[in-house]
Design a binder for this molecule. Sequence first.
Ligand code: ATP
Ligand code: MG
Length: 224
Amino acid sequence: MNGKNVLEAVDLYKFYHASDEETLALRGVNLIVPRGQIIALKGPSGSGKSTFLSCVSGIIEPDGGYVKVSGIRITRKSDARRAAIRAAKMGIMLQSDGLFDQLTVRENLIMKMWLAGNVELNRIPAMADALGISGLLRSLPSRISGGEASRAALALALITNPDILIADEPTGEVDAETEKQLIDLFEAYRKQGGTALIATHSDSLARIADRIVHLRDGRIIDEL
Ligand SMILES: Nc1ncnc2c1ncn2[C@@H]1O[C@H](COP(=O)(O)OP(=O)(O)OP(=O)(O)O)[C@@H](O)[C@H]1O
Ligand SMILES: [Mg+2]
């Protein structure tokens, strides 16, 4: 294991079985994310981006290959072990915002830190300020706008100071103004030396990446 690499995905395969149909969603995907790099993952709908992100973050198990996060293997472990590694090491931003509706934004942030095993309340004001959500901390997610919810989701992903941020279409369902705000926030994260893997159809978001990796039919076809 090279200490510079935050994420190593080696020869990942994933099959889905739906009724008689079998889909080979990943066909031997290899990707290394060194510390401090932002990688954009592009590719047509159905090319396997979300499947790949779910495998590397331990949400699903691949059928072949393995994944290491900061040198720790996350694949071939129990659901509970994978969830613990994910909570401790990764910040995840999926299309559904990941906020619990019954908890305020602030309570969501506290629970996220609790799951990672380290509640530091003093991280909340600085994070809220950086992401422009200070006024929303006591709001329930259902009472804030979609754009605000996406900033809150990014706060939730970053509050534990993760080794890597993994985002699936973070600007997929937001208006142009919110997209610009989010891109500025990802850019600020990059400047602070953050590491990320971001699946996106947005050329403007991909532009802030250090590398763009293209997936097609479950394979990486090239790197730009
Ligand atoms: N839970 C599932 N069960 C069965 N097939 C699935 C499942 N999830 C994804 N697939 C199939 O696996 C392939 C890859 O899907 P995936 O969601 O990873 O693509 P994607 O690149 O994220 O697409 P998009 O850009 O539309 O989000 C597709 O053919 C899809 O239909
Ligand atoms: Mg997807």
